[in-house]
Design a protein around this ligand. Sequence first.
Ligand code: MRU
Length: 356
Amino acid sequence: MGDHLAQSDVQPQNGVGVVPALRWEEPPEGPVLVLLDQTRLPHDEAELVCTDVQALVAAIRSLAVRGAPVLGLAGAYGVALAAARGYDVDEAAELLAQARPTAVNLGYGVRRAAAAYRAAGVERGPAAALAEAKALHAEDAAASTAMAGHGSRLLAELVPGGGYRILTHCNTGALVSGGEGTALAVVSAVHRSGELRRLWVDETRPLFQGSRLTAYEAARAGMPYTLLADSAAGSLFAAGEVDAVLVGADRIAADGSVANKVGTYPLAVLARHHGVPFLVVAPVTSVDLATPDGSSIEVEQRPASEVTDVAPSPLGAQAYNPAFDVTPPDLVTAIVTENGVISPVTAESLAALREK
Ligand SMILES: CSC[C@@H](O)[C@@H](O)C(=O)COP(=O)(O)O
């Protein structure tokens, strides 16, 4: 089962000063997947040590590890863990792939590691699954760097003059990636070039991925950032304080519909109304051509208690708690991936980008 280590055991190991979301270790007792427990951020940088797939599935469900790209990595390393510890890999793969339904990356990572395991045979399978997980990890880091480049060049085109005021939602930084993330990787690049005037951070109710995680990353990177309640975004746009919206994606359907953290769709509507670019930054592993359109995307419904625990309410109050919403492609100015940028977003342009 998972086990927490003390804060002092955890050291940042990447360029942005943020503790890596996950890492593989091989102590004498056997291989483990070590997660930074994101439920305890920003105050505690505690680690969760997964020695088996059940612990990892529980960590995925509780959002100790979360965000689409890193869910792909967790899925792949989870298969490697099962293989290394002699568990039934098919069963482990199924458990992992079903831990959360919306981020397509999770199933993708699981399938890749499981396919590598099967292709190598039982004896060499564990090493092959681990090599595949590590390859996916490296690819994700490279994708992050490429997205940062494409995204910052696109911003320069769309918002002449620099000095950007960027609004973001949820958390899309190093905590969700083998690299610097997706949308927040673009923000980090812009910050390094001295062009970030303000990062507006939506708190992102009900689980506060914005105020807990994006603000944590922004603070550690020394970015000028300001938190806002999700409901304050409208007046911020109306005051002319937003130059661009940058968000990530959990799944992009074949028609270009984007599932992302609940609260993203209202931002897209506001951005359109106010003539502000709305950019989705995601690796091609988040594009799912097998899901035809937005209405076919399965949106995870989370427990009502996540809402009622934070919103003072009468005992027994019911709550609507979808984890994600879906933004239609016509509200998306551009999708930025490691393979390049598409704008306008159409089924044709998306299919061409996915295959590049
Ligand atoms: C690159 S991260 C993109 C998305 O995964 C992110 O915006 C998001 O919605 C994460 O949701 P979460 O429920 O925290 O896993």
